[in-house]
Design a protein around this ligand. Structure first.
Ligand code: GRF
Length: 196
């Protein structure tokens, strides 16, 4: 399986995924079953670019500001993924809304992670909204992406407590610890399912 990553941010999930997939035994996969082929990032300053470099994964910038529409951005992404023969797309902190164009190019082959227990708090402000609502438990969700944002069949979730003095940063950190555990595992499990 050739994996294409979509990322907009720091890339900590990319690193966790790479560490697991590079260690086939830990992932419960046969050696060489899964390869992180390329990272596409949309923000020229995103730290994920440096992380990809450290991990020796090619990183290609598709700057959304250079495209007139979401469809055109997605078309550029598909072109890059075709060059790298990508057959599984992993969104790891991808902060752009994807269109039908990308979804239809990879039916049931796009995974996403979201920092809440879906279906609660979809969208870009999930953690702020969970704090504002006053929920005592939130978490993270790995799911198969569909055209609707932050929706689609759920593969894994982890619960995370909200503590009394939490800020966006402290809660996000606690959620990320769980993301780095469940996302690599969910990806490995999904690859096993695809190759069975
Ligand atoms: C993650 O917390 C993800 O849930 C959110 O964006 C963050 C990306 O973090 N949508 P990183 O770039 O993997 O460090």
């Amino acid at each position: 399986v050739s994996i294409g990553i979509l990322a907009s941010g720091s890339g900590s999930n990319l690193e966790a995924i790479a560490n697991t997939l590079n260690n086939a035994t830990v992932a419960g996969l046969n050696p060489d079953t899964a390869k992180l082929s390329v990272v596409v990032y949309n923000n020229p300053n995103a730290y994920v670019q440096q992380r990809a470099q450290k991990l020796s994964i090619p990183a290609v910038l598709c700057n959304h500001r250079e495209y007139d529409s979401r469809e055109q951005l997605d078309a550029a992404i598909i072109e890059v993924f075709q060059q790298y023969q990508v057959d599984l797309v992993v969104m790891a902190g991808w902060m752009r809304i994807v269109t039908d164009k990308l979804i239809n190019a990879y039916p049931r082959r796009i995974l996403n992670i979201h920092p809440s227990l879906l279906p609660s708090f979809p969208g870009a402000k999930a953690i702020v909204q969970a704090l504002a609502y006053g929920v005592k438990i939130t978490g993270c969700t790995v799911h198969i992406a569909i055209a609707e944002v932050d929706a689609g069949p759920i593969l894994q979730q982890a619960a995370v407590p909200v503590l009394p003095n939490d800020t966006l940063e402290t809660l996000h950190q606690r959620i990320q610890v769980q993301e780095h555990i469940i996302y690599p595992q969910a990806i490995a499990d999904y690859i096993k399912l695809l190759s069975s």
